[in-house]
Design a protein around this ligand. Sequence first.
Ligand code: TRP
Length: 324
Amino acid sequence: MSKRVFSGARPTGRQHLGNYLGAIKNYVALQTEYQCIYSIVDYHALTTLRDTSELRHNTYEMVLDWLAAGIDPKGTIVYVQSHVPQVTELHLLLSMVTPLGKLTRLPTFKEKIQQQPDNVNYGLVGYPVLMAADITLYKADLIPVGADQLPHLEFTREIVRTFNHHFGDVLVEPQARLTEIPRVMGLDGVNKMSKSLNNHIELAAPPDAIRKQVMSMVTDPARKYRRDPGHPEVCNVFAMHKIYSPDDVERIEGECRNAGIGCVQCKQLYAEHLVAALAPFQERRAAWAKEPDAVWDVLADGARRATEIAAQTIAEVREAVQLP
Ligand code: TRP
């Protein structure tokens, strides 16, 4: 049997270019080689959310983007974390073998305390335990993650070893699969592209909105005037040309350095290439959006298939723990 891939993402609504190049593109590619399970982790979202009114809507919009991007729900299991409640049981059982100090020492936890000092809730401390439960519930082998999640993966591996040591070889130790992901910068050219900083380009944005956003991108700060030579290696727009303009990238690099091409022209070219690259995505998205029920059906079917695996694992775990 082929190895099993698992990944989770919070329901953040419409996805942007950073989400696509950093995660979704990779999710799609992994489907050809592995059995993939992709979860929309709504419980995890609750660790930082107080206003939950957008959860359903954000889940729907995100799944739409995933499907339009090429996640194939026939082979791949796409489901909402809370639709498979077995994860909460495994979370509880794993929590019993988790030393509290391990959780409070994690860099991700320390960051969260800084970000929300007035909401350091119990669920937040247990965030990595829930993530370990996600992964081990499906006995996943490979976890595609960004570098920021590596401490969580290492934590999961340790918890699996501890659990198996106490109760027998039941859970599978997963491996992180760190893929070469481009660091996609926001329109400001300074920060990573993110929805919360509002420096992002949505995959579903209308072409004219995309053009306008691209034209607002900050380029090489050292290039003040049109006649100044540019420095493609520090330019945010050039970084995107590398991805979206494979046939022109050498010429653009040369003409930027010798001021043959200006930033405005360079951005116009990128905008057209990006709009063209997103067109098939946007068509598929529009087709799915005509049938919202079909999108929810994908999630219902995903939950059903996920539950089959989860129920089996939980039965083995309960047996191993010798719960009466
Ligand atoms: N913690 C991950 C993030 O913030 C999301 C996540 C939850 C996840 N469960 C997971 C990722 C399981 C990989 C595997 O990005």
